[in-house]
Design a protein around this ligand. Structure first.
Ligand code: PEP
Ligand code: MG
Length: 552
């Protein structure tokens, strides 16, 4: 039997299933036998205890794990949560019920907002369960401990659990809910954990051995001896790949192909350097300010950019100006309700309406660049017209940032790539959004995940358009969407004219190894095989067959 879902990364694991303990029953809505004041005291004490425990756990982990736990502790201390609990207690219910109802209300609110915020809903459900567990003196639902390594299967994993998983015991994680941008996926990618999210795997049986293949997004039950042997061989190949000496990205014929990192915070820079990133191809500045109520000051931004640049002396660092909107709303940019936010005032459109915010950001970046030897380039998201590209390049240059480029994420920009590249210094293709807009398939919606595939020949043709424009004008064309992290697709993108690839640092080793096995001419032939297909699955198979023919 085979189950499928969205794989995170390329890992593969074999082991017995252990289900996450089931959620606690809903607290009774019967009236409390004590006063509302006493119940409020109980609720506040329990929330404070959970916040203390989250902070204690935050002190034992680093990176996003720590941030997630600290953010959860802060959520518990939000005065809005306290006043909502008070309102529910006024109905005469118990502390357990009031906490349950207060958090359920917030959860519904976030789910209704969709996108990034909806995916934060799991955080609230987890907090509610933890507080109720303290109130009822029961153990909180959590990661099981069967006493041997296991494949953790959960409906949705709470970020607090993902952040502190014992990686010696947890061989892989499978969740029934969650999309590729859920916290589980983000943390799993960062920890190089084998993971499949949004899997239709409710039939998995406790204790049964399974193979979790993230690269193929597949969970195989009752594996045969051959399945296990093949999976073990893949595991060994991945270990060898990760242990290979780190060299600059290069094709088999010596053609340089710089391999860069996608980062959302300066905190990830050291790890990116350790994994061999030759610079930064995409710094997502909006990730720094998702929680900010007001526009960040020039000074605060300059500090963040200086910290980033310090990790890459003499190297290329491409910073993207704030890409607000859709699944990444920023309180201080845009904000009016839109029916279709992915098609609304996002990216450069929002920045043009808030030009002082853009100018402050460019000033901060120019200030940081002046104090660093990093080669800073700046680019704009969601460019749709040549006029927007021209306007952005002019503003960037006025701000003292001479190298300005555009992201190609909208099909219109890809189709007019020659004109676009005529007015800017480089292009960087954001395959996540380019696929979303080419296929008219929301990148956050599990129901259309099959259409959200950058292997689709329609997407590849647009990439070719940009690659050819770059070659004709002698301007660089980078790739910074998730597509660059898929080793075989990376070869195709190079064959279509990409001159650098940027990806999550954990993907660098796999892409580096694959590129070193093909020449530029072979990459072009592999790309031609993919372009000729009718759909994504056929394109992938055709590229695989062409690559196998070269590599034997
Ligand atoms: C993209 O759209 O491919 C991209 C790199 O930008 P983001 O994922 O941040 O939208
Ligand atoms: Mg994008």
């Amino acid at each position: 039997m085979e189950y499928s879902g969205t794989g995170v990364g390329r890992g593969i694991a074999i082991g017995p299933v252990a289900w996450m303990s089931p959620p606690m029953p809903e607290p009774s809505a019967a009236p409390s036998l004590v006063t509302a004041e006493r119940e409020l005291e109980r609720a506040q004490d329990a929330a404070a205890e959970v916040a203390r425990e989250l902070r204690r756990r935050a002190g034992t982990v680093d990176g996003s794990g720590r941030e997630v736990l600290e953010a959860q502790a802060l959520m518990l201390e939000d005065p809005a949560v306290d006043s909502s609990v008070r309102e529910h207690l006024a109905r005469g219910v118990t502390a357990e019920r009031a906490v349950f109802d207060a958090f359920a209300g917030y959860r519904a609110l976030l789910m209704g907002m969709g996108g990034y915020l909806a995916e934060r809903a799991a955080d609230l459900a987890d907090l509610s369960q933890r507080v109720i567990a303290v109130l009822t003196h029961s153990s909180p639902p959590g990661v099981p401990d069967p006493g041997h390594p296991f494949v953790l299967v959960a409906n949705d994993l709470a970020p607090a659990d993902t952040a502190t998983l014992d990686l010696e015991q947890v061989l892989a994680v499978v969740t029934l809910e969650g999309g590729p941008t859920s916290h589980t996926a983000i943390l799993a990618r960062e920890k190089s954990l084998v993971a499949i999210v949004g899997a239709d795997a409710s039939g998995l049986v406790e204790g049964a051995t399974v193979i979790v293949d993230a690269e193929r997004g597949r969970i195989l039950t009752d594996p045969t001896a051959e399945d296990v042997a093949a999976a073990t061989a893949r595991q060994e190949a991945l270990v060898a790949e990760a242990a290979a000496p780190i060299t600059a990205g290069r094709l088999a014929d010596g053609t340089p192909m710089p391999l860069l990192a996608n980062l959302g915070s300066p905190d990830g820079a050291a790890e990116a350097v350790r994994l061999g990133a030759e610079g930064v191809g995409l710094f997502r500045t909006e990730f720094l300010f998702l929680d900010a109520e007001a526009a960040p000051t020039v000074e605060a931004q300059r500090d963040a950019y200086e910290r980033l640049l310090a990790a890459f002396p003499g190297r290329k660092v491409v910073v993207r100006v704030l890409d607000a909107g859709a699944d990444k709303p920023l309180a201080f940019l845009g904000g009016a309700h839109e029916e279709n936010p992915a098609l609304g005032l996002r990216g450069i459109r929002a920045l043009r309406r808030a030009e002082p915010v853009l100018r402050d950001q460019l000033d901060a970046l120019a200030g940081a660049a002046a104090r660093s030897s990093a080669k800073v380039e700046v680019m704009a998201p969601m460019i749709a017209t040549v006029e927007e590209a021209d306007w952005f390049a002019a503003v960037a240059r006025e701000s003292g940032l001479p190298v300005a480029g555009v992201m190609i994420e909208v099909p219109a920009a890809a189709l007019l790539a020659r004109r676009m590249l005529g007015v800017v210094d480089f292009a960087s293709i954001g395959t996540n959004d380019l696929t979303q807009y080419t296929m008219a398939a929301d990148r956050l919606l599990g129901g259309v995940a099959e259409l959200q595939d950058p292997w689709h020949p329609a997407v590849l043709r647009l990439v070719r358009e940009v690659g050819e424009a770059g070659a004709a004008l002698g301007k660089p064309v980078g790739i910074c969407g998730e597509a660059a992290a898929d080793p075989l697709l990376a070869v195709v993108l190079v064959g279509l004219g990409a001159t650098s690839l940027s990806m999550s640092p954990s993907a660098l080793a796999g892409v580096r190894a694959q590129l070193a096995r093909v020449t530029a001419a072979q990459a072009r032939e592999i790309a031609a095989a993919a372009l000729d297909a009718d759909d994504a699955a056929t394109a992938r198979r055709a590229a695989r067959a062409a690559a196998d023919a070269f590599l034997g």
